[in-house]
Write a protein of this length. Sequence first.
Length: 159
Amino acid sequence: MILSRTSQYAIQALIFIATQPKGQPVLNREIASHLNVPPAYLAKIMQSLCKGNLLYSFRGRLGGFCLREGAEKTDLMQVLTITEGPGFAQDCVLGLKVCSDATACPMHAKWQPIKKKVLALLKEQTLEKLARAVQTGKYRLADLPASVLPVHRVEREPA
């Protein structure tokens, strides 16, 4: 159950947005710059998160992305269901199309208890909890510590 690059970027972007002032849209290029990810790729991911009802997308000069009401309570399993697909939790670790107790792959018996723990962990980790952990400075979202990353806030005029 290794996460795809798409899922990694989605989770990082959502946590970043959750650390920003509530209701203030964040530009795709600002998120991409802070996380050091390709902006065009991130834009596609952000659109899928909008379709998954986790984000609002605003166009224009004051545009950007912000969490939908209540999205801070979203757990990582919900995010992964959007990015990896609904079969994420059921897929075989070896990639076999059919893998169950009746027709098990060689890893099935050993992977099942681990998988249950991983899924439980993903369900208990919310964007709010993870954002709070990043805001304390104990954890980071990018390869470099926040202290050496430039913050590219785009100043906007009040509405």
